[in-house]
Design a protein around this ligand. Structure first.
Ligand code: UD1
Ligand code: CA
Length: 456
């Protein structure tokens, strides 16, 4: 549902000096996606009329990388502080509405937390705070004797007494846009960082008699800002912990929830088991009764019901049918499609190929640009020679064919249904149906031959 009156401003112009990187901070990744993309995803869940992202350091790289035409991009050429940053978004804001300010470096914020904050923002300044065991680096919340918020003081401007305060500013706040416009016009940069602080509007609201309502985030991790590589690593871990908790909740068996990485979207059926050290990327759809061994990397793939993936297998852009057996050490490259009951064993690479049901390629083979029928047995060390140095060609193998070990099928070539290829053959012409085809020098024995002896 679109909330006509809600505008969201995301601040993402900062360099991120403490990251020690040439890349703009908000483009560093959490769970395989830009930090900023996580914030945008949260903003979207609130159904805003408009999302304005303030960008600056790194220039057009930020909008280009995020690549979202539905977002309004406001340039902050010089990073003069968070208040100055919000000012750059003002031309796009609906004066009659509410503005929610989010920070582009706080990626784990939950939409439910924002929704709750927004219930106060029609008339008040609503501020999300959090209690941090170690508040270093954050703005501290100053309250009066009655517990009412009076102001925020930044770490660098705070005295010792203020620095001892553990309730800090999350940076997330919402208020009537008309008020925001008035307050921003009155900001100055008389502070230890010579910046226009957004946080100074809290004291202005208090002075103007506008209520300041604060809510505390339920979980501290939700509002962790990423300022350093240490923060990035701990936010990544936290994200993965949440994902693992969600999978456990859904009934997945995780041999160790601390050793799982999901960098994308994973969908799971019933009775799925995942061993340690697996990485899932992109969109992965796992059926019922699937078991995945240790240290597999699975990206943009679908695994049918009952399939087993043994350890150290890589699956990338592939569709795997039901009851297949993959690995250990198998590699399914883009365009691999396996029908049910296919077996792909150790050190086998499949690319851009369809493998029919019940077919087996169990050892040390390369099958690329091939169409393999049903119940085919491909012996150890078989290679489809699909590339002539310029073009790729297809190999077609009919149902019930048997390819002897260590054969090369030089494409374009067709092996008929029920054909047998003798071991060690180099097949350059089509092999007919139901016949034995082989290309091999005849075996001879030289009698009386002696092994060479060592000369002294
Ligand atoms: C800010 C808050 C602090 C709060 C903390 C929470 C201010 C003055 N301080 O501090 O109270 O506890 O966030 O994480 O608001 N940015 C711009 N343009 C600028 C400056 C910053 O777009 O000129 C963006 C940055 O890209 C970043 C966000 O604003 O995404 C926060 O800036 P940062 O410099 O990280 O502020 P903090 O020191 O963390
Ligand atoms: Ca920050």
């Amino acid at each position: 549902m679109i909330n006509q009156r809600l505008n969201i401003v995301i601040l993402a112009a900062g360099r991120g000096t403490r990251m020690h990187s040439d890349r703009p901070k908000v483009l560093h990744q959490v769970a395989g996606r830009a930090i900023l993309s996580h914030v945008i995803a949260c903003a979207e869940q609130l159904g805003p009329e408009r999302v304005v992202v303030v960008y600056g350091f790194g220039g057009e790289i930020v909008p280009q990388t995020i690549s979202r035409p539905d977002i309004t991009w406001a340039m902050q050429a010089e990073q003069l502080g968070t208040g100055h940053a919000v000012q750059q978004a003002l031309p796009w804001l609906n004066r009659d509405g509410i503005t929610l300010v989010m920070l582009g470096d706080v990626p784990l914020l939950q939409a439910s937390t924002c929704k709750s904050l927004l219930t106060h923002a029609a008339t008040c300044l609503a501020l999300l705070t959090v209690e941090k065991p170690d508040p270093a680096g954050y703005g501290r919340i100053l309250r009066n004797a009655n517990g009412q918020v009076q102001a925020i003081v930044e770490q660098k401007d705070a005295n010792d007494e203020q620095r001892a305060i553990r309730e800090v500013n999350s940076g997330i706040m919402a208020m009537p846009t008309a008020r925001l416009i008035e307050w921003l016009a009155r900001l100055d940069n008389q502070n230890n960082q010579a910046e226009y602080y957004l946080t100074d509007i809290i004291a202005m609201a208090v002075a103007d008699g506008v209520g300041v309502v604060s809510e505390m985030a339920a979980d501290e991790w939700e509002v962790t800002g990423i300022n350093s590589k240490q923060d990035l690593a701990s936010v990544e871990r936290q994200y993965q912990r949440q994902t693992a908790a969600g999978l456990l909740q859904a009934g997945v068996t995780l041999l160790d929830p601390e050793r799982l990485d999901v960098r994308g979207d994973i969908k799971v059926g019933r009775d799925v088991s995942i061993d340690i050290g697996c990485i899932f990327e992109g969109t992965v759809d796992i059926g019922d009764n699937v078991s995945i061994g240790a240290y597999c990397i699975i990206k943009n793939a679908r695994l049918g019901n009952g399939t087993t993936v043994a350890p150290y297998s890589h699956i990338d852009d592939a569709q795997v049918g039901q009851d297949c057996r993959i690995g250990p050490y198998a590699r399914l490259r883009p365009g691999s499609q396996l029908s049910s009951d296919a077996h792909i064993g150790n050190f086998v690479e499949i690319k851009n190929s369809q493998i029919g049901s019940g077919s087996k390629i169990n050892h040390l083979s390369y099958v690329g640009d091939a169409t393999v029928g049903r119940e085919v047995n491909i012996g150890a060390g078989t290679i489809t020679c699909n590339y002539d140095g310029v073009n790729k060609h297809r190999t077609i193998i009919g149902d019930h064919a048997f390819i002897g070990s260590d054969s090369q099928l030089v494409a374009p070539v067709t092996v008929g249904n029920g054909a047998t290829i003798g071991a060690g053959s180099t097949i350059t012409k089509n092999a007919p149906t139901d016949a034995l085809t082989l290309s091999r020098g005849k075996q001879i024995t030289i009698t009386g031959w002696k092994r060479p002896e060592k000369k002294i």
